[in-house]
Design a protein around this ligand. Structure first.
Ligand SMILES: [Zn+2]
Length: 84
């Protein structure tokens, strides 16, 4: 098993990361990946900012439709990202 998470699993765990649901160990793995992977870092930054905006406006969870659009954007980022 590769100790460094790949882009797909990192993106998948971004939501948990942002929700604060990951263990400290998992967070450090994801953080390490973000530090070395620009597409994932930008996706993380985008999602984090989106949540800030949404929570400031309606103080609720990101609507499912918007979440889907973000997930789509993250997939495209992952697909166009550099091969590791
Ligand atoms: Zn990545």
């Amino acid at each position: 098993m590769d100790e460094k998470p790949d882009c797909a699993s990192s993106l998948h765990e971004l939501y948990s990361f942002l929700d604060g649901e990951l263990t400290a160990e998992r967070r450090s793995h994801i953080q390490a990946h973000l530090d070395g992977c620009l597409p994932c870092y930008e996706a993380f930054d985008f999602e984090a900012e989106l949540r800030t905006v949404v929570s400031a406006r309606c103080r609720e969870q990101v609507p499912e439709a918007l979440r889907e659009r973000v997930a789509e954007a993250l997939r495209k980022l992952a697909e166009s990202g550099p091969a590791d």
